[in-house]
Design a protein around this ligand. Structure first.
Ligand code: XMP
Length: 517
């Protein structure tokens, strides 16, 4: 049974994925489509509702993404957000002007007239605004439903045509009643019933996988990350021993993590599990390499080289599976699916790789291709993957390789693994882990003089990093209490051989990134 569909029409805004995630959190299946998707295609998709995203542009800029006025004849309930709101007004004959004073940040709005969107929302509430243009005159048939001190049309609507618009961003948590407003649009205006349920997803996917795979074999490269682990569990539920998971342990995982992955999958899931211990191979390839991007490339490429070698041994008479998730498909290569407003490629991810010419499978299977990360975690939990693995903090594909600054050696990996384990242990024991989005140790290539007992030492510096963030696009350094910092510092110097100094990274993002490389 197909789910009801909401389309997020992407005009290049930075929050377009967030909008889609929020819609899914409301129990509504949602996909992001380019703003210039032909109307015939939109109609054929038969969406129950559409949301226009924000965008970096002004509607008067000829280069800016526009919409065919005929769109509004399709009769699809539509919510315009920020640029999407201005575009709706402009396309239907209203006027958009530059604000005398642009609004940015938390702004108070007042909603006056009765609007379905604002049902139950207090008359005054805080929303997140970020705009330099505003709608100064509404198109015919519309009425204003909310305003702020500097924005006369903070929300407007034409209920007869089911067209709604908000200048603010309901998808951002700073908009205090944003979730309610989206919910009202989806359920009351559009008539969604909330049929996007994870348990249904699992059952439907398992039955589709069984049908697609038949009695053939499937091979999956397991990295130990959340996505490939959940894909493995789903495939195991569908086809059991027809699945072979090749776990490439590059030797750059956290302390004991490789063993934990092996233990989990061999004990809890029905499959063939093959572990390749490849640390020596990776260290050989990384010898003398200090450039961060180069390290990323080597680790990413070698993961697959080792994997392909194993595949050649195992045979390719079946399907190739991978844990691609929805954001991987949106981001890969061109910044975003709309191909505009694309953000610069900052780091190389290795989710999308080309298969070697000599390897040919019957087909590729990506059982998580429609899911956002939080949904992948929920599926993982339902499938019985331990919480420790499913809810673990983000860990970069290149592993500790990009947390060891400079050349990577076996000894440095060992020191960092030990230090990182002590740091994480102390954070967890202190009961503050839940407040942090990510926390880890870094081994900068720095030695410093110290004193231990009567001896002078010249040993490694460990940096500790802890951040809080909603989306990892920006992040703040975490205010770890001094007494916890003191225990961490003590333990690192006392328990980890070759560490004689500890520093705490107090850089937010921007200007820093979360990782050091
Ligand atoms: P940055 O350092 O870019 O990190 O602020 C943001 C988030 O992304 C993770 N990260 C990576 N994940 N491959 C990954 O799979 C990578 O190369 C990579 N680099 C950074 C990082 O851990 C943080 O959660």
């Amino acid at each position: 049974m197909a789910n009801q569909l909401c389309i997020v029409l992407d005009f290049g805004g930075q929050y377009n994925q967030l909008i889609a995630r929020r819609v899914r959190e409301c129990g509504v299946y949602c996909e992001i489509r380019r703003y210039d998707t032909p109307l015939s295609e939109l109609r054929a998709l038969n969406p129950t509702g559409i949301i226009f995203t924000g965008g970096p542009n002004s509607v008067y800029d000829p280069e800016s993404p526009h919409i065919d006025p005929a769109y509004f004849e399709l009769g699809i309930p539509t919510l315009g957000i920020c640029y999407g709101c201005q575009l709706m007004a402009y396309t239907l004959g209203g006027t958009v002007e530059s604000c005398e004073k642009s609004e940015y940040g938390k702004i108070e709005i007042t909603h006056g007239e009765k609007s379905l969107l604002f049902a139950g929302v207090p008359e005054r509430s805080t929303v997140w605004m970020s705009h330099t243009d505003y709608v100064s005159r509404l198109p015919e048939g519309f009425r204003t439903t909310a305003f702020s001190a500097d924005c006369p049309c903070a929300a407007f609507e034409d209920p007869a045509r089911k067209l709604y618009a908000v200048q603010f961003h309901p998808e951002v948590t700073h908009s205090v009643f944003g979730k309610e407003i989206l919910h009202h649009f989806l359920y009351v205006v559009c008539g969604f019933t909330g049929d996007w349920v994870m348990q249904d997803f699992i059952e439907q996917t398992v039955s589709k996988l069984r049908q697609q795979i038949g009695d053939k074999k499937v091979i999956l490269g397991l990295s130990g990350g959340v996505d490939s682990s959940v894909a493995a569990a789903l495939l195991s539920k569908a086809v059991g021993k027809q699945l072979t998971c090749v776990f490439v342990d590059q030797g750059l995982m956290r302390k004991d993590e490789g063993d934990f992955v092996e233990e989990t999958f061999t004990r809890l899931f029905d499959m063939n599990f093959v572990r390749v211990n490849a640390q020596a191979h990776f260290l050989e390839k990384l010898r003398g390499v200090t450039d961060p991007e180069q390290k990323r490339k080597i680790i990413g490429t070698e993961f697959y080289n080792v994997f392909w070698d194993k595949v050649r041994e195992t045979g390719t008479d079946g399907f190739f599976a991978q844990g691609t998730i929805y954001p991987d498909r949106i981001e890969s290569g061109k910044g975003d699916e709309a191909g505009h407003g694309s953000t610069a490629v900052i780091k190389t991810h290795h989710n999308m790789v080309k298969m070697p010419d000599d390897i040919a499978f019957a087909g590729t299977i990506e059982p998580l291709a429609e899911l956002f990360k939080d949904e992948v975690r929920r599926v993982g939990e339902k499938l019985g993957i331990p919480r420790e693995l499913v809810w673990r903090q983000p860990f970069p594909g290149p592993g500790l390789g990009i947390r060891i600054i400079g050349e990577i050696t076996e000894e440095k990996v060992r020191i960092l693994q030990e230090a990182d384990a002590v740091f994480r242990d102390e954070i967890e024991k202190s009961g503050i882990a839940g407040e942090l989005s990510q926390y880890f140790a870094v081994l900068p290539d720095v030695h410093s003089v110290g004193v231990m007992g009567d001896h002078r030492t010249y040993d490694h510096l460990i940096a500790i990093r802890a951040v809080t963030t909603d989306d990892f696009m920006t992040a703040d350094w975490a205010r770890i209490p001094y007494d916890v910092l003191a225990r961490i510092s003590n333990r690192l110097c006392n328990e980890v051989a070759h560490v004689n100094r500890v520093v705490f990274d107090i850089t937010s993002k921007p200007p820093g990134t979360v990782e050091w490389e």
